[in-house]
Design a protein around this ligand. Sequence first.
Ligand code: FPP
Length: 234
Amino acid sequence: MRSDKLPEVLPGHIAFIMDGNGRWAKKRLLPRKAGHREGVKTMRKIVNACFDIGMRYVTVFAFSTENKNRPEDEVNSLFALMQEYFTEFLGEMLDNGIRITVMGDISYFPESLRNIISEAVASSKECTRGTLNIALNYGARDEMLRAVNAAVDGGKHITADELSSLLYTSDIPDPDLIVRTGGESRLSNFMLYQCAYSELIFTKILWPDLDIKKLYEILNEYAMRDRRFGKIKS
Ligand code: FPP
């Protein structure tokens, strides 16, 4: 199969762990924030490409619960980038019919950023062409803890479906494919409940270097996978 062609089978939901911005910058003797800035450009290009070729759900891991422990200067530059992104690209997402959802606890983000994120979520909520789900101050253990505590507060045993409905992704299907760039082969507290049957692809490419050709290669690798969901082949 030629990997520059789109395969017939595509993931309905693709999730990205966008790792490698810092190393991309370091290789060029640039400050880390220059890597994050390049990372946002890549995010915009890859997310648009995913929707253009027919995927319905794209999740990006933009800020983890652990990222807030980075030096203040880096955290602030990530906040500034988010502010810029949500302001600049919201119109593009709306024009393209893309709904924006956020998973994570943004309550400690600066107020101006929280307002702009809430505005993006609210103004795109009727969009139906696709969903861009952005993980912000997200951690899977934190997500599961919240769900379990909500269930305990409800005072009765719950079903698997009810547990799913208590997660941030209550109206988003589980990811078919999780891609991590940057060379590490781990999930780092990302969608640990939802990934039960996700295909995983780890690539050494640094996030800012991910391009459409490599995306197609990844999608071709996904299309070759034999997904059995714990069953045997009929
Ligand atoms: C990991 O690279 C990347 C991040 C911690 C942040 C990713 C965020 C973006 C691409 C921007 C998000 C912006 C919006 C608008 C949602 P790293 O810094 O850990 O890289 P390294 O492992 O090479 O040091």
